[in-house]
Structure formats: C-alpha cells, structure tokens
Ligand binder design. Structure first.
Ligand SMILES: *[C@@H]1O[C@H](CO)[C@@H](O)[C@H](O)[C@H]1NC(C)=O
Ligand SMILES: *[C@@H]1O[C@H](CO)[C@@H](O)[C@H](O)[C@H]1NC(C)=O
Ligand SMILES: *[C@@H]1O[C@H](CO)[C@@H](O)[C@H](O)[C@H]1NC(C)=O
Ligand SMILES: *[C@@H]1O[C@H](CO)[C@@H](O)[C@H](O)[C@H]1NC(C)=O
Ligand SMILES: *[C@@H]1O[C@H](CO)[C@@H](O)[C@H](O)[C@H]1NC(C)=O
Ligand SMILES: *[C@@H]1O[C@H](CO)[C@@H](O)[C@H](O)[C@H]1NC(C)=O
Ligand SMILES: *[C@@H]1O[C@H](CO)[C@@H](O)[C@H](O)[C@H]1NC(C)=O
Ligand SMILES: *[C@@H]1O[C@H](CO)[C@@H](O)[C@H](O)[C@H]1NC(C)=O
Ligand SMILES: *[C@@H]1O[C@H](CO)[C@@H](O)[C@H](O)[C@H]1NC(C)=O
Length: 803
C-alpha cells in the first residue's frame, strides 16, 4: 500500500528532475556557443603621456575607464584595445623615444597622446611615416594640423577657435589696444597669428607682445612685467600653461598689474585646467576673465563624475582636490572613438609590414615598420560619429568642431560664469537662441563682472590725446581759445577740427578723445608744426589734428591720414599799380598794322563800290568831292550798321529813322557791289567783335596783373621774399637759390602786408610763399592788393597725424 503511491510519485519526481536537468543543459548549450564563438582579437594601442602631470594622470584614468565602460556595454565586439602606456617624463625626446618604441616593438595600431603641442610635432611625423594614427586630446596648437599630416587626429579643439570669443569680449568693452602674453613654445606661438587677425578685424592695436620662456625665472618674468607697467596698454591676453601662468599672475600681482584699471583675459589653456590650479592660487587671479570650453550638463556626465572621482581617489589617494575637467572627457570620448573605429576593422590583419632594407638600417627610424591598416583606420576614425560625454563627437578635418565657449570671472575661491560665446550669435547670456538674431558683441549680454582691484566698473578704454597747434592767424582752420594751458582740455574750432570730429563720428566704433593745445604753461605757442609732430612721435599726444601738411620727412616719424584738403605752395605778389591808366588804352586792342590795314581796306572798299556803282547809281554821281565823300561814308556806315533794310525797319522807330535817312541816298544797285558789301560786312563783323572783346579784357585783367610773374625775375633782381614763420618749405625756397638773407619770415597777415608795403628796397619783400588754404584767407582780407603768381608747388595736402 505504501509502495504504490510512492512509486508514481518517485517516478514523477525523477521525471521532473530529469526534465529540469535536461532543460538546464539545454540552456547551457544555448549559451555556450555564444560565449565560445567570440574569440576576441587583442589590438595594441599605445599611449604616451606625462604620467607625473595632471593631464597625464587624468587622461590615463579616463581612458582606462572608457575602455572598461565600452567593452562592458559592447561585449559582442570582436576587438579589444590593449593599452600600452609609456611615460614621456615631460620631455620632447622622451616622448619621441616612447612613440618609436611603441611602433617598433609593440606594433601599436594607434597612439594616444602626447600631452602637449611641443611633444606632438615629432610624434605626428613619426606616425605619418609608419601610418599610425596619433590621437591627442590635449595638443591644441593650431600649427600642428595640416593636410600633409593625415594621421594626426585632435580629439579636442584647436586654440584658434577661441580667438573670436576673446575679440568679442574686447569689442564689447571697446578697448582699443591689447598685449598678448604667451609662452615661448609651440603651444604659445601657435595661436598668436590667429589672435592678431581676430584683433585686427575689430581694429584693436597690438602695440607689444610679451613672450615668456617656458623656463623663465621669477626674476625674468618680473622684468618683463615691469616693461608692461611702462606701456599705456591696460588689456592683457594670457595664453599659457597653468603652471607658468599661475606664477605669472603671482608676480603680476606683486608688480601691481592686477589692480584697478587693468584687464586680464585668460585663454582656455589656463581656464580649462582650473580645478587643477587649486584654491590657494586664486588670490592673484581675482577679477581675471577667462574663456573656456563649455560642456553641457547631462545625466551621464554627472554619474561619470562620481564614478571617476571614486576610482581616481583609489589610485591617487593624495589628490583629494582633484576635479574632473574637460581634458578627461576628451580622453574618454577619444577612447570610445578609437574602439569603434578599430572594431570596423575587425577582419583586418593587425600586423606591420616589415621595412624593406632591414639589414642596412642603422637607426630606429629606418627600421620602422608600416602599419597595414593605417589608411583604413584613419578612414574609420574620420567617419566615427556619436554623442560623447563632452557633446557631439565627430572629426572634421581631423579635429573636433568647437561649439560654445563659456566666459568666466574669477571671484573669491571660485569662478562665476558671466556669459557664453557662440560662433553664430556672439556673446549671449543664456544658451537659449529662440529670440536671437545675428552676431552680438553687446556688453549687456555679459553678467556683472568684478574687475581686478575689486572694481565694479569696467576699465575704460584710454581717451586719446589729440594735440592741436595754436595759431594766432588763419583761425579758419584751427582756432584755440586764448589762454589755454597745455594740460587741460580745450575746445578748438575751425575747419580742420570739424573734419576731424566728423571722421571720428563716422567710425564704426566709439573713440573717445580730448584736444590739448600745443602751448607752454603760460599759454604761449611753443613751436612749429614740426615740433608738434615730434611730440606725437615721443608719445606726448596720440594724434594731432590741424592744418598739418603731409610731407615725406614727417611721414618718416609719424603716420598721416589721407589728405582731407588739397594744399599747394604758391607765390603771393602785389597787384601792379594801375592808377596811371593810359589815356590811349582804346587803341591797344589792335596792333598798329591792323589799324593801318583796316584804314586801307576802308578806303579800298569805298573805291571799289564807287567804281562799280557810279555809272548806274545816282547817289555816286556829282562833284568829285561828293563822290569821294559818299564812297567813304558808305564804307563807314557798313562798319556801324547792318546792311539789312528789314532789320532796320523792325528796330525802334528812332533808330530806323536815322539809319534810313542816312542810307536813303546811297543804295547799292549792282549785284557785284552787293557781293563786295557782303564780304566787307563779314570782315567788319569779325573786326568789331574782336576789338570789343580785347578791349573788355584789357580793361578788366589789367587791374589784376601781378607785379612779378616768375621766380626767376625775383632772383635776377635780388628781391626779398617771405615765408611764414616755422613753415616747412623754407628749405624748399632756399633750394630755389634764394639767398637766406633774402628770405624773411612773417607771423601775421598784417606783418606780411606791412612787408609788402615797404617794398624790397626798404627791407620789405616783393613776394611771399604760402600754402593755398592760407593764401585764400589772406586774399580774402587783401584781395584788392595781392594776387598769386608763378609756379604752383604740389604738396600732399593737409592730413591728421598719429603714431
Ligand atoms: C548570442 O549573441 C547574439 C549576437 O552575437 C545575441 O544577439 C544573443 O542575444 C546572444 N545570446 C545570448 C544567450 O547571450
Ligand atoms: C551602456 O548601455 C546602457 C544601456 O544601453 C546605457 O544606458 C549606458 O549609458 C551605456 N554605458 C555607456 C558607458 O555607454
Ligand atoms: C581650428 O579650428 C577651427 C574651428 O573648427 C577651424 O575653422 C580651423 O580651420 C582650425 N585651424 C586649423 C589650423 O586647423
Ligand atoms: C598578416 O600579414 C603578415 C604580413 O603581411 C603575414 O605574414 C601574416 O600571415 C598575415 N596574417 C594573417 C592572419 O593573414
Ligand atoms: C527659450 O526661450 C523661449 C522664450 O524666448 C522659451 O519659450 C523657451 O522655453 C526657452 N527654452 C529653454 C530651453 O529655456
Ligand atoms: C522674445 O521675443 C518676444 C517678441 O519679440 C518677446 O515678447 C519675448 O519676451 C522675448 N523673450 C525673451 C526671453 O526675451
Ligand atoms: C623732419 O621732420 C622731423 C619731425 O617733424 C623734424 O624734427 C626734422 O627737423 C625734420 N627735418 C627736416 C630736414 O625738415
Ligand atoms: C599805386 O599808386 C598810387 C599813386 O601813384 C599810390 O598811392 C599807391 O600806394 C600805389 N599802390 C601800390 C600798391 O603801389
Ligand atoms: C610777430 O612777431 C613780432 C616780432 O617778430 C612780435 O613783436 C609780435 O608780437 C608777433 N605777433 C604775434 C601775433 O605773434
């Protein structure tokens, strides 16, 4: 009884167990082929970093974490990157040797690193030769990339992408000058040409460049900074590595350059590595602005930050303050990109082609193999796209495209984000572009900034000092109110000043300036225009405005604008005295010959008409005296009246009466004589018209005839001439062979008039040399007495002066 129920139960149980076992075996069988089918291919990659340095440590830890994250998510991938790490020991040669060793002995498919741009240069060339891609997440110098270096990939942005952000800040505050301070190596110099271009575009001058050696002592840095204190520029752009940069700022603080009125802007070379600098260094950075790459917040990023910190502290227990920064993210994303690209090549043969002539090879370089997969790998890398921790990851021309820069202001122990810069919209307060149109460089788009020296107002751009000459005469050009002192602003008037102000207002940006009179402390004119130009050259004034002639000699010292008014040097002479006008002036229009000829023709025509008419016309008959009289009277009337009866009939009754009466008797009848009369009338017409014209011009022009028409006349007679006191063309006048004793000077137009009145014989002058604008105002006053004469000497015109 007992057995019966148990047997089926037992059987059932056994069956169940067997079923279960067989099921579980089935499950295992299903799993097994999956696991055994994947035999992973190890792929060697190298890494060359300064493992003593922050970026090296950070890069290594992030890269390793990236690989383990990547393969735990993509366990089905056939390839596995195997990292071979070499320490470059912060040395260019060390980095080069490490790279060569990795390629030769380990046959790495790609090299990550090196850390900085200086080490990168040689390694990139080695990579190009061996066809091994070099992927750097921290070498940012723009000079590294080139189309001749297809094996270089920059898993970061090049430095030149931020220069527009810096120039936008400078433009926002209207500063006119900036001095770049940069480290003297590949990293420092790479960005400088781009910075210059960007600043030039917005018309910011770079009066000076401050280059600091990577191995400079504190003393040398101090000397360099002392030089900066003597310059007028107050805006500095620092492009350095954080170590040298924080030393520089410490010394700048001591020298007094981090104080009110100064502006310091750091490139991302320092700002990106903020956390590393630690809080102790913040003291000398108060009020400094910085530009850095912006990483949008994301959940993945936050969780990675926490995981990374835990892991990093395990490995480096001493670095408690370490914070993940953007170089870590770039390293992390670069690892993903490389792993993805290598997986695309999983069917490839990962060995190296042996160099051709191994036997004779003496150096490492000659015996370098060539990676068979190089070309395929760079293609795979170029086409790799994904959303990385730092944002979109995609190589464009072998480097990442920058998106947004953040602008920060150092305050207290931290930094305050005051705005963003994007290439499309310029400066923006928030990254919400819905309402934005166009590129903005408005100051309003930046948050409040605390400037160095705890100042809350933005350091102003320097007001330009414009020197103006003081003239007692010709104030039409520059009129300075009398009694001006040299150190206070003046409000000059006049044409030159009007032009200057109009030009300044038309500038695309605001320029602030003040006018200063070029006078001594007691308000006296202290020099010539050359002296004023010397003062611009010596830096007392930034520019000079006035009726300043553009001359070759002056342009050796200063810069001129284009001329705003033409000016020539001309000779001014008195007008010939015309008071004893010739009573016979009416004879002058025609020469004696012509008078005689006219008289002869007059008689001749009378004779011809008489010959032709006296037989047929009653009028030409009678006693001989009457005949002679009629003929001459006839020729004379043709001189005065036209021979057209209808014209006479149409004119006023009185005229026609007189004329008709006088002409009643001698009407020509023969056609021949009519022909003669027509010709005679024509000759008469020309004669009378030219007589009238000549007489008119004689009577008017004669009034304005100069006493002297030529310089040679003056030289021949040894007359005196005058030039304005301090005018530049004294030398030129002497070149015309005037004896220096014959060259006098005048300071006012009244003095000039007096000299002219005296006359050369009495110590006065016969002529003066002046510039046309002055001549015009002189003749305005004395137009009845003087005129210009002789040659016109072309000059450059009047321009404004700046250094
Ligand atoms: C086996 O691998 C394939 C892809 O290679 C995957 O789709 C499948 O889920 C795996 N099976 C198991 C049981 O893991
Ligand atoms: C791994 O995959 C999971 C699920 O697809 C995803 O949520 C996670 O972000 C991935 N991790 C990494 C590091 O990509
Ligand atoms: C640097 O990056 C910018 C932005 O991506 C790019 O336009 C420029 O061509 C790059 N310069 C060099 C030298 O690669
Ligand atoms: C890979 O290439 C090397 C040299 O070309 C050759 O010796 C080797 O047999 C290849 N291996 C495979 C698996 O094809
Ligand atoms: C952007 O601004 C618009 C209004 O201008 C607002 O409607 C929108 O929600 C904002 N977007 C974000 C992401 O803040
Ligand atoms: C966007 O523009 C609209 C219309 O000009 C305006 O009403 C709105 O306030 C703006 N929004 C923001 C956030 O500036
Ligand atoms: C040339 O110009 C300079 C600057 O104004 C001046 O100091 C110098 O005397 C001039 N030389 C001559 C020969 O005019
Ligand atoms: C012209 O002659 C008159 C009288 O002869 C004299 O009074 C006058 O001063 C002279 N003018 C000049 C410019 O010589
Ligand atoms: C012009 O020069 C004379 C001496 O040469 C001097 O007495 C006079 O004050 C000067 N006039 C002006 C306006 O400078």
């Amino acid at each position: 009884m007992d057995l019966i129920p148990t047997t089926p139960l037992l059987c059932f149980s056994c069956l169940f167990i067997v079923f279960c076992m067989s099921y579980s075996v089935e499950v295992e069988v299903a799993v097994a082929p999956n696991n055994t089918a994947i035999t992973t291919i190890p792929v060697n990659v190298g890494m060359v970093l300064d493992l003593d340095m922050w970026v090296g440590k950070l890069g290594l830890s992030c890269f390793n974490m990236a690989l383990s994250d990547f393969y735990s998510n993509h366990s089905d991938y056939r390839t596995r990157l195997v990292l071979n790490t070499r320490d470059s020991k912060g040395d260019v040669v060390g980095a080069a040797a490490a790279a060569l060793d990795l390629i030769k002995s380990t046959q790495v498919q790609a090299i990550i690193g090196p850390e900085d741009s200086v080490q990168a240069n040689f390694i990139i060339d080695v990579g190009n030769k061996a066809r091994v891609p070099i992927i750097s997440f921290s070498a940012t110098s723009p000079s590294l990339s080139s189309i001749r270096r297809p094996y270089f990939f920059r898993a970061t942005h090049n430095d030149s992408s931020q220069v527009k952000a810096i120039s936008a800040i400078i433009q926002a505050f209207g500063w006119r000058e900036a001095v770049p301070i940069y480290i003297d190596n590949e990293f420092g110099e790479g960005v400088i040409p781009y910075l210059f271009d960007a600043l030039e575009e917005i018309n910011v001058r770079i009066p000076y460049r401050s280059v600091i050696s990577p191995v400079a002592t504190d003393q040398e840095i101090e000397e360099e900074l002392h030089k900066l204190t003597t310059k007028q520029t107050r805006v500095f752009i620092v492009h350095m590595t954080p170590i040298l940069g924080s030393r520089l700022f410490d010394i700048a603080k001591e020298v007094g350059l981090i104080s009110e009125g100064y502006v310091w802007i750091m490139t991302n070379g320092m700002t990106n590595l903020w956390s590393w600098m630690g809080h102790s260094d913040m003291e000398s950075l108060q009020g400094v602005l910085g530009v850095r790459n912006y990483v949008p917040k994301s959940k993945e990023l936050e969780s990675f930050k926490v995981r990374w910190k835990r892991k990093f502290l395990q490995d480096n227990p001493s670095m408690v303050n370490a914070e993940l920064d953007i170089f870590g993210l770039w390293a992390y994303d670069a690892a993903f990109a490389l792993a993805m690209a290598v997986e695309k090549l999983s069917n490839a043969n990962f060995s190296f082609e042996e160099p051709k002539a191994v036997g004779s090879a003496r150096t490492d370089l000659e015996s370098l193999g060539i990676s068979q997969n190089g070309p395929k790998l760079i293609q795979a890398l170029s086409s790799t796209r994904f959303k990385g921790l730092h944002g979109k990851f995609e190589f464009v021309n072998g480097q990442l495209e920058p998106s947004v820069f953040q602008i920060v202001n150092v305050i207290g122990n931290g930094e305050k984000a005051i705005g963003f810069w994007t290439s499309k919209y310029g400066l923006v307060k928030k990254l919400n572009f819905t309402n934005l149109t166009g590129y903005s460089t408005s100051r309003a788009n930046l948050g409040t900034i605390m400037w160095p020296g705890d100042s809350h107002s933005a350091p102003k751009c320097k007001r330009l000092k414009i020197g103006v000459p003081v003239r007692k005469e010709f104030k039409e050009f520059v009129g300075v109110p009398p009694g001006s002192s040299p150190n206070s602003r003046v409000n000059p008037t006049g044409y030159s000043i009007d032009v200057f102000e109009a030009v300044m207002n038309a500038m695309p940006y605001a320029v602030h300036y003040d006018f200063y009179a070029f006078v001594s402390t007691d308000g006296e004119d202290i020099g010539t225009y050359n002296d004023l130009i010397d003062q611009v050259f010596y830096g007392k004034y930034d520019a000079a405005a006035g009726d300043i002639s553009i001359i070759a000699n002056r342009s050796l010292y200063v810069d001129f604008t284009l001329p705003y008014i033409a000016s020539d040097v001309v000779m001014v002479v008195p007008i010939k005295n015309n008071s004893n006008t010739n009573a016979l002036v009416f004879l002058e229009p025609l020469t004696g010959d012509l008078w005689v000829m006219s008289a002869c023709f007059f008689v001749f025509i009378g004779f011809v008409i008489w010959v032709l008419e006296h037989r047929i016309s009653e009028d030409f008959r009678g006693p001989p005296s009457h005949q002679v009289g009629t003929s001459l009277w006839f020729s004379f009337t043709t001189l005065v009246f036209a021979h057209r009866n209808d014209l006479i009939e149409n004119s006023s009754p009185l005229v026609s009466k007189i004329v008709l009466h006088s002409r009643e008797e001698e009407r020509v009848v023969s056609n021949l004589s009519r022909f003669v009369v027509i010709i005679w009338c024509f000759v008469v017409l020309i004669l009378t018209q030219s007589y009238t014209a000549s007489l008119t011009s004689l009577l008017t022009v004669k009034q304005l005839k100069p006493t002297v028409t030529d310089v040679n006349e003056l030289l021949k007679t040894g007359e005196n001439v005058a030039i304005k006191k301090g005018s530049y063309f004294g030398g030129f006048v002497r070149q015309l062979n005037f004896n220096s004793a014959n060259v006098k000077t005048f300071n006012t137009t009244d003095v000039l008039d007096e000299l002219f009145t005296k006359g050369s014989a009495n110590g006065g002058i016969a002529a003066a040399f002046m510039e046309t604008p002055s001549v015009n105002s002189f003749l305005d006053k004395y137009c009845m007495k003087y005129t210009t004469a002789g040659p016109t000497i072309k000059t450059g015109g009047f321009g404004f002066v700046s250094l």
